[in-house]
Structures are given as structure tokens and as C-alpha cells.
Design a protein around this ligand. Structure first.
Ligand code: 13P
Length: 255
């Protein structure tokens, strides 16, 4: 089954009002007329208003880097699914390793966020992946399975219909040391197989992105792999020309 690739930019804690407007103007120019790949950006939530306005009329979708499980009430500092929808956000990153590490988010808490997004009709982009120590100890598959099973146990495998998984080995994030295409493909095939054990139909349609030091030089080769359905891009998403090269590589490889 043909899956439409998704390339998404995770801006992390970067930007300003002016930067948001400028980068989006650059992306719109670079990506005009490019077809065959879904594209999304996740600026800091602080700049969703600027991003929504700047993206008007473009095919680039808006996303966010996080969401909270509560919809409203006395939850100081939190951002709800309804608020994200209010700005037209669609793809919502959850379980990023930086949040799992710095904010102690558990597999179960991330699964709750997944459920909140499904309930709201938003697309979860579930980040999973092992640390360097886990990788060296041969625990990559065990960690990925555990992180996926938290969602399956809470919500059932069908929750992955219309959802996105981003395999982001922690040792590859921001290090310049991407997984090789073969390394990434092996884990992606494992992830799809793990879901297929519960439902082949769900596994066939789920988008599995690779993330971790994806750039304009290595993207094309990563996208030659059959189970790599796009990329979640950090550093290289902050420059319109580099991000555009990655999007174009996905569109070319997958069509
Ligand atoms: P880099 O592309 O900067 O390695 O970041 C990857 C990432 O964490 C995307 O969510």
C-alpha cells in the first residue's frame, strides 16, 4: 500500500515572531509546486498565531511540539488540544525524547496524550527511540516495543489509524550522527511488524518517520528505504533551503 510521505519540521525552542514569518515565507517560496509529500512545521506554541497567518493559502500544515492531557481548568502553564485546534494545528508531536528526559514524561502519560489527540481529531506524532546505552546493550527493539505498547494497551492498535510514529534514536538527535539508512530501515521494519502482529491493516497505513540528524545531504538515501515514510527534522528545519531539499527528496523517492 502506498503511503504518502510526511516531512515535518520540529523547531524546538527556537525562533521569534520575525523569524517565524521569515522562515515560513522562505518555505512557501521554496516549496511552491512541490507535490507528493505532506509537509508540516511545529514552531513553539507561542508563535502559532504568526504561523497560522503566514501559512494561509499554503499546503504546509501547522503542528505543535507538545500538548497536555487536560482540556480546560486549573492547570497552570498547560496547552490543550482545543487551543491547538483553535489555531488550525493538525500534527502534534508527543513523547519527544527531550520531553521524556527533561520533563520525566512516562510511556503511560504519553499514551494519555495520544488518546487526548485522537479524541480531539488531531494527528499524534508519537516519538519513540532508544538511548545510546540501550542501543549498545541491544535493547533497541525492546524499548520501541515498550513505547508503542503503552499506546496499544491504553487505546488499542486501531488508535494508530491515521497516526504517525517518529523513530528517533536519541544518539542521533542533534549529534550530526544519523542512523544509516540500513540501520533505520531495520528498526522501522521491526516497528511496522510489531504493529502488524496486532493488525496488518493498521501497520500498512501508519506513517513511520525517521528523525535524528536528517539533513539535505543524507535525506534522499534514507528515503530509498521502504519503511521510512518521511522525516521529523530538527536543526535542518530552521533553514528553508535545507528543509525544502528534504521535502523534495521525499516527494521524489516515494512517487
Ligand atoms: P535534529 O534533526 O536536530 O537531529 O533533531 C531531530 C529531532 O529531535 C526532531 O524531533
Amino acid at each position: 500500500m502506498a503511503r504518502r510521505p510526511l516531512v515535518m519540521g520540529n523547531w524546538k525552542l527556537n525562533g521569534s515572531k520575525a523569524f517565524t514569518k521569515e522562515l515560513i515565507a522562505g518555505l512557501k517560496a521554496e516549496l511552491a509546486g512541490v507535490e507528493g509529500c505532506d509537509v508540516a512545521i511545529a514552531p513553539p506554541v507561542m508563535y502559532l498565531a504568526e504561523a497560522e497567518a503566514a501559512l494561509a493559502g499554503s499546503a504546509i500544515a501547522l503542528g505543535s511540539q507538545n500538548v497536555d492531557v487536560n482540556v480546560q481548568g486549573a492547570f497552570t502553564g498547560d496547552i490543550s488540544t482545543a487551543m491547538l485546534k483553535d489555531f488550525g494545528a493538525k500534527y502534534i508531536i508527543i513523547g519527544h525524547s527531550e520531553r521524556r528526559t527533561y520533563h520525566k514524561e512516562s510511556d503511560e502519560f504519553v499514551a494519555q496524550k495520544f488518546g487526548a489527540l485522537k479524541e480531539a481529531g488531531l494527528v499524534p506524532v508519537l516519538c519513540i527511540g532508544e538511548s545510546e546505552a540501550e542501543n549498545e546493550a541491544g535493547k533497541t527493539e525492546e524499548v520501541c516495543a515498550r513505547q508503542i505498547d503503552a499506546v496499544i494497551n491504553a487505546l488499542g492498535v486501531e488508535a494508530f489509524n491515521g497516526a504517525v510514529i517518529a523513530y528517533e534514536p536519541i544518539w542521533a538527535i542533534g549529534t550530526g550522527k544519523s542512523a544509516t539508512p540500513a540501520q533505520a530501515q531495520a528498526v522501522h521494519a521491526f516497528i511496522r511488524g510489531h504493529i502488524a502482529a496486532k493488525s496488518q491493516a493498521v501497520a500498512d497505513q501508519v506513517i513511520i518517520q525517521y528523525g535524528g540528524s536528517v539533513n539535505d545531504a543524507n535525506a534522499a538515501e534514507l528515503f530509498t528505504q521502504p519503511d521510512i515514510d518521511g522525516a521529523l527534522v530538527g536543526g535542518a528545519s530552521l533553514k528553508a533551503p535545507a528543509f525544502a531539499v528534504i521535502v523534495k527528496a521525499a516527494a521524489k523517492a516515494k512517487n
